[in-house]
Structure formats: C-alpha cells, structure tokens
Design a protein around this ligand. Sequence first.
Ligand SMILES: *Cc1c(COP(=O)(O)O)cnc(C)c1O
Length: 370
Amino acid sequence: MSDVRIDDLPIRDELRGKSPYGAPQLDVPVRLNTNENPYPLPEPLVERIAERVREAARDLNRYPDRDAVRLRTELAKYLSDTGGFPLALENVWAANGSNEVIQQLLQTFGGPGRSAIGFEPSYSMHALIARGTGTGWISGPREEDFTIDPAAAARAIAEHKPDVVFLTTPNNPTGNAVPAGTVRALYDAAQAAKPSMVVVDEAYVEFSHGDSLLPLLEGRPHLVISRTMSKAFGAAGLRLGYLAADPAVVDAVQLVRLPYHLSAITQATALAALEHTDTLLGYVEQLKSERDRLVAELRAIGYDVVESDANFVQFGRFADAHGVWRKILDRGVLVRDNGVPGWLRVSAGTPEENDAFLDAVREVKKELEA
Ligand SMILES: *Cc1c(COP(=O)(O)O)cnc(C)c1O
C-alpha cells in the first residue's frame, strides 16, 4: 500500500487537483446516462465481426495498415451516401473514438501558447482534451435557452482569437442543434480573427431532424466535421471515431498520430460493422421516436425540456438537480447529472427502459410536491 497521492507526484501544474472524466458506471437495472444505443448488436453482425477478426488474427504478427485505407474508404462511402456531399479516402481520417480524433486535432492545431473555445454547457471532453494537450480553454457564451447567439459568439471569437473553435451539433448535454447559418457565420468570424480551425462535433447527427453539415466543407479548408460509431451505430465499445475535412487536414493530423494507432482488430471490426450499416441505423428511427416520446411525456408531466435533435433529452428545472438524480437512481434508473445547474439529462433507451424512467420521474415529482 502507498500513501502517495496524485498531487505528491511531479505532475504538470494544470493537472493538479483535477478529476478525470467520470460518468458513473453503476450497475443498476436501467442505465440511461451515457447516450449509448440500448440495443445489442444483431447476431448476424456479431458473426461477421468474429469472421473478420479471425482473419485479422492470422496477421497479428505484423503491424496493422497504418493509414487504415480500406476503413477510411468505407467511411467516406458512408458519408457520401448519407451526407449529401461526395467525399473520398483523402478527406477522411479515423482514430480510436472521436475523442482521439479531437486529441489529434488539438495536438496539431492547439498546444502550449494556443487556445480553443467552446460554447458551454457543451461536451466536457473538449475542455479536458484541451487541458491534456496544453491548449488554453475559453468558455464561450450560450443563451439562457441553450442556443448560441451568433453575434455574441462571434464577438467572443474576435476578442480571444482562439486557434480552434468547437461547435457541437446536436449539442451535448442540451440536445439542440446549431443552425447551418450560425456555423457559416462563426466560420467566417474565426477566419477573420485568426484564421482558426473550426471543429464541428456531429457525434449525434444521425438522430437529428435536420441534415448533416458535411456540404459546408465545400470551399472551407479550415472546417473539420467529427463523427463517431459510438452513438447511432451502437458501437461505443468498438472505439471508432472519424473526421471529414480538406485532404490537407488529414495530412496534418498524421504529423501527431501515433504510428499504427488503430489496431488491426479495430479496423476489422469497424469494417464488419459498416457492412451492416442499414441494420445498425435501423434502430435510429426507433430511438428518434422514443426520444420524441420522452420530450412529449416529460412536458406532459410538467417539466421544462430542451428541444432535442439527439438521442437524449435535457429536462428540468430542479432546485436541487443532484438530489433528484439520486432519487431517480434510488428507483433503479441512472440518468446524467452534468453539473448544469437545474437540469438533468436522460438518454433514449428501449421503450421498456423509457417507461421505467418515466414512472420514476412521476414518482419523484409527486414526492417533491408532497
Ligand atoms: C459521445 C460523444 C462523442 C463520442 O466520443 P467517442 O470517443 O467517439 O466515443 C463525441 N462527441 C460528443 C459531443 C459526444 O457526446
């Protein structure tokens, strides 16, 4: 046993006293806290993954394809088929989750002496990865209703001249989408200020009522769109994220990526999953209608709900959000307290899980009003 604590180690000053990312992984009957797809992979896909992995296993004495050419080609095809904009291998880069994609972007375009801005509340990992890469972090403004006011955001960009601008659409944890017009305006503001890179995190775009922003890549070489297989594809355990951008951006991130960062097993598994895109995305429609049902029922119960384009819903308002989180957990349902004062977030689960959640919040509401 050791009495040495983290802060006794000669760690970097900016890491002192900080906590790691930590959505609780509690073992409760209904887990609706990390925006995963609630459906296990279909059996034919599980078989196909096993087949592909078996093939890959024979070559594990060798390093994997460093440039993941087959996988990036298939991802480009998926984006072209669904995004309304033609993309090819040289526009696409893949890594171990979009978190690694974002880390590589900050290693390339951020770093010591540089800064990044995000409009908060938003995805907390953007700020955490900025810190991990020595990039300064600027918390940009969001309105009371969680939308981004383009004028206020443009002023923040002009004032701070960040090297990287993050826009998350649909936004996590609030669920609302950023209109294309706002993205265009903030891209222009970022070019006038620096010019800086604009990273649009589209982790939830498959659940959106609107379209992907991929067509905005045309004529915007400093725009990057990041995607993931963790949410709509139902493959959070796979760890596969990717980006679409100008080919120069793809070349640039290769300056910082670790050689052979994407294992042969990961590449084989992701290729198998992409063969089953239709089945995997089949669940998306069902989750969208469950998401809409959660919005409607939470409103009927009497809660405030943010309009959602994602597979989760932000609801409130609570005098003591953490206390309510606890009471819902006591009823066997785990939701997310993101630390946004007054609000909680619930992921759309199976219809049965959502019913259990709705029963729990109805009970909690009664108890609070008693
Ligand atoms: C979940 C999520 C991701 C996904 O990260 P992965 O590393 O791909 O699992 C990225 N961005 C946002 C906004 C998310 O909520």
